[in-house]
Design a protein around this ligand. Structure first.
Ligand code: B12
Length: 215
């Protein structure tokens, strides 16, 4: 196995095996040896978090383990994120992002945020458990052109629709585009609630946002 692959696998392992301190050193070594930051995040840290998710589904991990895995992933992200190359899209395009009300899963949302930022968007993060009205108010305040919503729970999916209904009530539907995502979300759900775009991952989310803005 080559050195790069070895370090990517070690990043993965650090996240999936709760090495929240060691991950910092491995991420620094990965960068110092000149490897690509984007791949470090997607093929190292994110792959590790996906493995942790699988272990949870298999009943081997519980909530406390997942929390340490997500700390490890965030520690790795803190090291690698500043090394991502940021594109220039030639204008300021404000985007509002958040996890809808009732849901605190924010790992996916944070990844989408990073990919949008590196694609050149100005991203305003409302965090998690965000009431529908806050998405709309923030978008109005900063003249946002896209609202991105994330949720990981079936029970909170309908809160995405509430944001879209509020946009309609304010005459902003269509003017402010909406993008949605998260594990239970699908294109058919996006069509059903009238969202402008859905993607299954963060890299595609950034590409789709550029397409929506034609940049
Ligand atoms: C990690 C995790 C947690 C962590 C969250 C840590 C954190 N800070 O986020 C902790 C331990 C805190 C947690 C808590 C809970 N969890 Co949990 N959790 C998970 C787990 C294992 C992985 C989720 C994850 O981070 N995946 C990795 C990321 C990278 O993937 P992702 O989020 O899907 O994001 C990608 C795409 O979806 C997309 N995307 C995401 N958002 C967006 C947005 C846009 C606009 C776009 C375009 C794309 C996009 O891009 C991302 C990157 O590529 C899932 C199961 C699973 N395997 O998915 C359960 C899961 C989501 N949890 C679940 C539950 C039930 C809970 C709890 C209620 C548990 C409890 N009994 O207390 C609480 C939630 C409390 C609350 N109200 O929020 C259920 C939800 C079931 C359901 N159908 O609703 C799941 C599915 C587990 C299960 N099978 O039961 N959880």
């Amino acid at each position: 196995m080559n050195r790069k692959m070895e370090l990517l696998q070690e990043l993965q392992r650090c996240v999936s095996e709760m090495e929240d301190e060691l991950v910092i050193k491995v991420a620094e070594t990965y960068l110092n040896e000149g490897y690509n930051a984007h791949e470090g995040i997607m093929q190292g840290l994110v792959a590790g978090m996906e493995k942790a998710g699988d272990l949870f589904e298999q009943g081997e991990y519980f909530v406390p383990e997942l929390l340490i895995c997500s700390d490890a992933m965030n520690n790795g992200l803190d090291v690698i994120k500043p090394h991502l190359a940021v594109e220039d899209i030639g204008e300021t395009i404000n985007v509002v992002i958040g996890v809808v009300e009732g849901d605190t899963h924010d790992i996916g949302k944070n990844l989408v945020k990073i990919m949008l930022e590196t694609a050149g968007f100005d991203v305003h993060d409302l965090g998690r458990d965000v009431p529908a009205v806050d998405f709309v108010n923030k978008a109005k305040e900063i003249d946002a052109r896209i609202i991105c919503m994330s949720t990981l729970m079936t029970t909170t999916m309908s809160n995405m629709q509430r944001v879209i209904e509020l946009l309609k009530a304010e005459g902003l539907y269509g003017k402010i585009k909406t993008m949605i995502g998260g594990a239970p979300i699908s294109q058919s759900f996006a069509d059903l609630i009238g969202a402008d775009a859905y993607t299954s991952n963060a890299v595609e989310a950034a590409k789709r946002a550029k397409l929506l803005m034609s940049c």
